[in-house]
Ligand binder design. Sequence first.
Ligand SMILES: *[C@@H]1O[C@H](CO)[C@@H](O)[C@H](O)[C@H]1NC(C)=O
Ligand SMILES: *[C@@H]1O[C@H](CO)[C@@H](O)[C@H](O)[C@H]1NC(C)=O
Ligand SMILES: *[C@@H]1O[C@H](CO)[C@@H](O)[C@H](O)[C@H]1NC(C)=O
Length: 327
Amino acid sequence: MKATVALLALAVGSQALVARTESCCTSITAYGGPGGLVGQLSDGQNRIGDHSLPTGQYCLGADGGFVDGQGRGCIFTPPTTQYQCDTGANATTGFSISCNGTISYHGQDTFWACPTGQNGGYNIYEEPIKNEPGCVAIWLEADSCHAECPAPPPATTPTPTPTPAACPAELTGSWQFPHLIVTVNSAEPDKAYGTQFNGTASGTISTIFNFDIPASYAGKECSIEFLFPTQDQLETSAYTYSPGMFNFAFLKGAATEETTSANAPEVVYNFGNFELKPGTATHIGQCPNGCAAGEKIAFSMSAVGAASLNYFQDYNPCPIGAYVTAQ
Ligand SMILES: *[C@@H]1O[C@H](CO)[C@@H](O)[C@H](O)[C@H]1NC(C)=O
Ligand SMILES: *[C@@H]1O[C@H](CO)[C@@H](O)[C@H](O)[C@H]1NC(C)=O
Ligand SMILES: *[C@@H]1O[C@H](CO)[C@@H](O)[C@H](O)[C@H]1NC(C)=O
């Protein structure tokens, strides 16, 4: 098996020493076949599976050739392509070690191991021996002489396109915005605050919303909705808000600009308390007398406990505030 190459041993030996100063030396582990550390016979044959052999030392030079621990160039010897390290041989070049340690020869990282019939040993080849069914594919890894592989780039999450989320609710079909908004304050029961643009509910301050129900709504059902977009969905409106519950009540009659807490229309139906939150649309309830076609209706909004809300009633681009819808 051993093809003896004994040419110019001394001259090439000094050349090999030069190469070794630029090289990195490693043991090699085989995967596939019997696997394990690549050992070496004293004559320079590389072998796996024979645990009686000392572990080989392989130094990869800048030229891409391995030289063994004794300075022998490692070559694929014809005709079998057995990989062995021969005194005086110029190492076969074209080897590289990837960051994970895998050894490649001209980009090919599969080698072959064929049984020797001695001590369970296998020799290493570039190509399988023809008509030798015992040959198996193997991979060789350098146990050192490679840098850490760079960390994989962080998974690229698709850049979120900042499309504004849908409004909590859109107003479609028949709907009305309040035609009069008045503030009343039970702490100042006789004060008329007059027309407001804001709906306010905080402490003793409540808001009454008037709606003029068109005659065309006759026979329909009218519902009260409270729409509360998030601030980033609003362009022309804004709000100040402390979370909590808000009470809505349907009133006996409509408010006027002179309405005060003391003379406000009385409650005929209490819808109850609702938790109003940014990003929600709240169905307060159906108007208790259906759609009062051609009439004014009114309901009030007041804060429970520490809840508070002061918002600019608007409907563009996301409607905010109290609305009456009909269907
Ligand atoms: C080794 O390489 C040198 C320089 O290329 C060459 O002169 C020498 O003949 C080669 N030796 C063998 C054994 O091929
Ligand atoms: C090591 O790296 C080489 C080249 O990048 C690759 O082909 C091979 O699959 C890797 N091996 C392991 C075990 O990750
Ligand atoms: C109405 O609400 C807006 C937005 O919160 C606020 O800037 C403005 O001061 C309020 N106006 C009144 C009179 O409360």
